[in-house]
Design a protein around this ligand. Structure first.
Ligand code: SAM
Length: 417
């Protein structure tokens, strides 16, 4: 339900009925599965449950403002593939987007998704029960009151559960708000969406080469996202962005604690500025300030993805050095990642257009080849020992490898429960 007297919210509701976002064709599900963050099942297992939740425990997931269903389809397919029980509830107030998610799920023959047309703000009255995990990606920054919505979502969490959130970040969207400002003068919110889109298309066709939007390669909605992408980027009636410190403050105020910023290394300024004196200075700041420094210095963050929990809950991450812990990759197989390590033992890793260099021990290649979501740390160490590495060196080298690859959201570990 849209807010009756809130013209921006009414415009938002109209937008997604006219241009379901992102633009998706259910037929494409026969060709590929779209993978992303938040809400990859392996990320949920690790960043929300610390690698401690049993795979046999049913998982109740809410996708709040599911749009055309990228996160819902990804996680429901991953659950089906690994015979993980539970259900994914797709909530959105636009009928048009739910129709597309249903089409995508039908193509994939997924039977673990339920659909609810309604507003996040109505959740307390929808009687959907509590959830172990809630995804709210690209929605909060469009709502009339982000804090109120966060509070409502928080109340739908089971104890020990968590959320994966994505909100816009300002610096990496440089140029977007300038064009939005111009379009807000050239079109009226009450115009039909098709008329507003026509104005945006004409502007984009003639946009001067000096416009900041033209220089910005941090996103591609206006270039490859079709009508829905262009509309969402430039004509969205309410679009705010949050610096990481602002987002963190909002989370604090809503009694939500951060499990992880995705990817952690992106928020470490020491990967950006390698000068030893400056690195020493960085280390004197707390994690939050370091994250702000990374955001200001990189300048390319157009979104923040964050996993959070209720502040009263504790999270413990499985011990990567316990011999019965089981390491698992997020998505890229270990051998493929190992092949990307340079002869200098540096792993180049890209966050959009920014590439950082991660120093790994030479033995990281060997470890990576052995991670298969079945072998335990103890078994991996036994194999590596037979390859001639002195026993006392193996665990520290593994720990170093694990911590670096975890910081780029690639390698996790679960407890053997
Ligand atoms: C930018 S799209 C994001 C879609 C999807 N989460 C994604 O990341 O691809 C925003 C979606 O939120 C939905 N939405 C906006 N306000 C809502 C509300 N109050 N309750 C439920 N859904 C809402 C819109 O209908 C739209 O489908």
């Amino acid at each position: 339900m849209a807010h009756k007297n809130d013209q921006q919210d009414l415009g938002l509701a109209r937008q997604y009925e006219a241009y379901p976002y992102p633009e998706r064709n259910p037929k494409d599900e026969t060709k590929r599965l779209l993978i992303g963050s938040p809400s990859h099942l392996n990320e949920i297992d690790y960043w929300v449950f610390g690698g401690y939740r049993s795979y046999t425990q049913p998982l109740r997931i809410l996708i709040a403002g599911c749009g055309t269903g990228d996160a819902a389809i990804m996680v429901a397919q991953q659950m089906a593939r690994h015979q993980r029980s539970g259900e994914v509830i797709c909530l959105d107030r636009a009928e048009a987007v739910l129709k597309i998610v249903k089409g995508r799920a039908a193509t994939r023959k997924l039977s673990n998704i339920r659909y609810v047309q309604g507003s996040i703000l109505e959740l307390p009255d929808l009687n959907l029960g509590l959830f172990d995990y809630i995804d709210c990606c690209g929605v909060l920054h469009h709502l009339p009151d982000l804090a109120a919505a966060l509070q409502i979502l928080r109340e739908q969490l089971n104890p020990g559960g968590g959320m994966g959130l994505m909100v816009y970040a300002p610096y990496g969207r440089t140029g977007v708000y300038m064009v939005q400002e111009a379009l807000s003068k050239l079109t009226s919110l009450s115009d039909p969406p098709v008329k507003r889109l026509d104005v945006a298309k004409r502007i984009m066709k003639h946009l001067p080469s000096t416009a900041w939007l033209r220089f910005n390669g941090n996103f591609g909605d206006h270039l490859t996202g079709g009508d829905a992408g262009l509309y969402d980027l430039l004509l969205n009636p309410r679009d705010r962005s949050y610096k990481i410190a602002e987002l963190w403050d909002l989370l604090d105020k809503n009694e939500l604690a951060v499990n992880c910023l995705v990817e952690p290394a992106r928020y470490d300024p020491a990967y950006l500025i390698t000068d030893p004196k400056i690195r020493e200075k960085f280390r004197q700041f707390d994690i939050r300030t370091q994250a702000s420094l990374a955001e200001s210095l990189a300048g390319n963050m157009s979104t923040h993805v964050v996993y959070v929990r209720r502040a009263e809950d504790n999270i413990q991450f499985a011990d990567p050095c316990a011999s019965d812990s089981i390491p698992f990759m997020r998505e890229t197989p270990g051998e493929i990642l190992a092949n990307q390590i340079l002869p200098s033992n540096l792993l180049p890793y890209s966050f959009g257009m920014l590439t950082i260099m991660l120093p790994l021990p030479a033995q990281a290649r060997g470890f990576l080849g052995l991670v298969d979501n079945r072998r335990s740390v103890g078994e991996i160490i036994e194999i590596v020992k037979k390859r001639g590495i002195e026993e006392h060196r193996i665990l520290p080298l593994w720990k170093q490898t694990f911590e670096i690859l975890r910081s780029i959201n690639q390698l996790f570990v679960r407890s053997a429960v």
